[in-house]
Design a protein around this ligand. Structure first.
Ligand SMILES: [Zn+2]
Ligand SMILES: [Zn+2]
Length: 437
């Protein structure tokens, strides 16, 4: 028997052993069947749950997660135990998780990249709160949540300044793959080896423990396989235009790189009534998609006769008012600045969750030209406070999230989604839907 939650079948089970302390999460397939990850007892009883009623509460949970081991090894699906949430923490049953380039880069990174291994990957997703630790006030069991790699505590000096979306919560621990008490909630099943967290979220797991400062509580009407896009890629693009650059009506913009973030930038420029939107990419297919999204001019640098910034300046009567670097290499960041109009042009560097070590080439003369670079992290959105508002704007039909293509895959077929994201050729979001085998 299964309960229907947003069209998905979910169930859970608990070993019928009074001595057993670990609860085994089941993986259900879309047809409604179910499969035990690990049979602990031949007399296992199945227990179902509906939202707000979980048989797993209070015990470590055994479930499947996508674990990266570093050293350029490919990530693997592993069984992990997920501990109970401690002070300020929330255990979330993930419903969906979308794969972002930051995950695929981290998956094959080495330790100096800033990530620690082994770690449970994933930082985009949507889920339901299974249980909360002591002191958690903002969410309760059964709430729908969107994990955000950027925290918002509302209490630190950054949050209280009102000038930034940066927050000090977990500053010393999150980048080390730890919860705020300095330990982890994941262990590899069998070996008892600790597994690190990833960007404070680790969404590519059937269950994850996440600090409440990283969780935006959203409407239960929100379809998880859509609103999971609002946990990184889409707000990074929309907010770069609305919050960081604050693009004004009738202006001219150039967008470098037509990844999913780049398309979100174009959508926001269209909503801002930009007069000219110049899309730049080396892939003609992506350029034609961008035109469908509202780009007025398309430039393939491979077909340019002159230098790219000069070509864009000629197209835009001396330079664009705004440019958006959605690629992140130093040469593109520099081109984004160079194509801006002297005196006021603003080049926004659109950042997602990853760490970067590239250096920006810059000469002092540029500083006096009146152009500027500005970094945008998470689109300038205060995650926990403002993502629920974006969800409402989506539900009311204002933000056209449905324009983004979504390719739904099971956790078992993550490799297919990973290679599409890594190749960068794909203009569809790869969304893992849990409880499919
Ligand atoms: Zn991301
Ligand atoms: Zn804060």
């Amino acid at each position: 028997m299964h309960h229907q939650v947003d069209g998905q079948s979910v169930s859970n089970s608990k070993p019928d052993q009074s001595t057993a302390t670990t609860v085994v999460a089941s993986g259900d397939n879309v047809a409604g069947g179910s499969r035990m990850v690990q049979q602990q007892s031949s007399s296992t009883n199945r227990k179902n749950f509906s939202l707000g009623k979980f048989s797993t509460v209070g015990s470590p949970v055994l479930c499947r997660a996508l674990v990266a081991f570093g050293s350029r090894e490919l990530p693997r699906i592993c069984e992990v135990t997920v501990g109970v949430p401690l002070d300020g923490e929330v255990r979330v049953r993930m419903l969906c998780a979308s794969i972002c380039p930051t995950d695929t880069e981290a998956a094959v990174a080495t330790e100096p990249s800033g990530f620690r291994f082994p770690c449970v990957l994933g930082h985009e997703g949507a889920g339901v709160v299974e249980s909360v630790g002591p002191g958690v006030k903002s969410v309760k069991s059964g709430d729908y949540v969107i994990p955000c790699f950027l925290p918002f505590c509302g209490r630190c000096s950054l949050c209280k300044s009102g000038k930034t979306n940066l927050c000090d919560s977990g500053k010393q621990t999150t980048r080390l793959g730890l919860m705020q008490d300095g330990s982890t909630r994941f262990r590899l099943s069998g070996s008892d080896q600790q597994v690190f967290h990833f960007l404070g979220t680790s969404t590519l797991s059937e269950f994850s423990v996440i600090h409440e400062h990283h969780l935006a509580k959203v409407s239960k009407r929100a379809p998880p396989d859509r609103v999971c896009l609002l946990s990184c890629t889409v707000p990074c693009g929309l907010g770069a235009v609305f919050n960081t650059a604050q693009v004004v009506e009738g202006s001219t913009s150039a967008v470098f790189g037509l990844s999913l973030v780049g398309l979100a930038v174009i959508e926001a420029l269209r909503l801002s009534n930009a007069r000219r939107i110049i899309a730049i990419d080396i892939d003609d297919e992506k350029l034609s998609i961008a035109r469908g999204w509202g780009a007025t001019d398309c430039v393939n640098p491979g077909n340019c006769s002159g230098e790219l910034p000069r070509v864009i300046q000629e197209l835009s009567n001396g330079g664009v008012d705004y440019s958006f670097d959605c690629v992140g290499t130093s040469s593109v960041s520099r081109a984004a600045l160079d194509c801006c109009h002297s005196g006021w042009g603003l080049a926004t560097l659109v950042g997602c969750g990853g760490s970067t070590s590239s250096q920006l080439p810059f000469d002092q003369g540029q500083a006096l030209s009146g152009k500027a670079w500005k970094g945008s992290i998470f689109g300038g959105y205060k995650s926990r406070a403002e993502i629920p508002v974006l969800v409402e704007r989506y539900l009311s039909g204002e933000i056209m999230l449905n324009r983004f293509q979504v390719n739904r895959i099971s956790l078992s077929s993550f490799a297919q989604g990973f290679s599409l994201v890594r190749e960068g050729k794909c203009t569809a979001h790869q969304v893992v839907v849990f409880h499919q085998s």
